[in-house]
Design a protein around this ligand. Structure first.
Ligand SMILES: [Zn+2]
Length: 135
């Protein structure tokens, strides 16, 4: 059995390959299946990590950013293919929310725990997500 705390760098990116990154994740991850207006529309399910566990490989200059409502979350997506492979969440503005399906091998974990996050009522529930980007 693998040590639950051991991190492994895994690669991911957008559909066309312009945006590429790597992210350090443990063998057991929690992903947020959020029902807010934008996550529901694109069926975004993501894992939140601190910035120290995210490294650019290429494509930072290819990103376009969309914001709405409080304009705190930075919804970054590839300007070529439109895929949002990660974004900066309102709950953890010092970290990143990496789209689980945009990892090269999203099933390559011992366990993937799906949290159903009620983003429709974000203000009431944000505490549950706070500090997920802490080192
Ligand atoms: Zn792309």
């Amino acid at each position: 059995m693998t040590d639950d705390n051991s991190m492994r760098w895994r690669q991911g990116g957008c559909h066309c390959g312009a945006v590429r990154f790597e992210v350090a994740l443990p063998e057991r991850i929690e992903i947020e299946d959020c029902n807010c207006s934008i996550c529901a529309m694109v069926r975004n399910t993501h894992v939140i990590v601190p910035a120290s566990r995210f490294r650019w490989l290429q494509g930072a200059d290819r990103l376009t950013t969309y914001t709405f409502n409080t304009h705190k979350a930075q919804h970054t997506f590839c300007s070529v293919c439109g895929v949002k492979s990660f974004y900066t969440p309102r709950s953890n503005p010092d970290g990143f929310a990496v789209t689980w399906a945009c990892l090269d091998d999203p099933q390559d974990f011992e366990e993937v725990i799906v949290n159903h996050f009620d983003g429709v009522n974000w203000e009431k529930n944000a505490a549950a997500l706070a500090h997920k980007s802490a080192d």
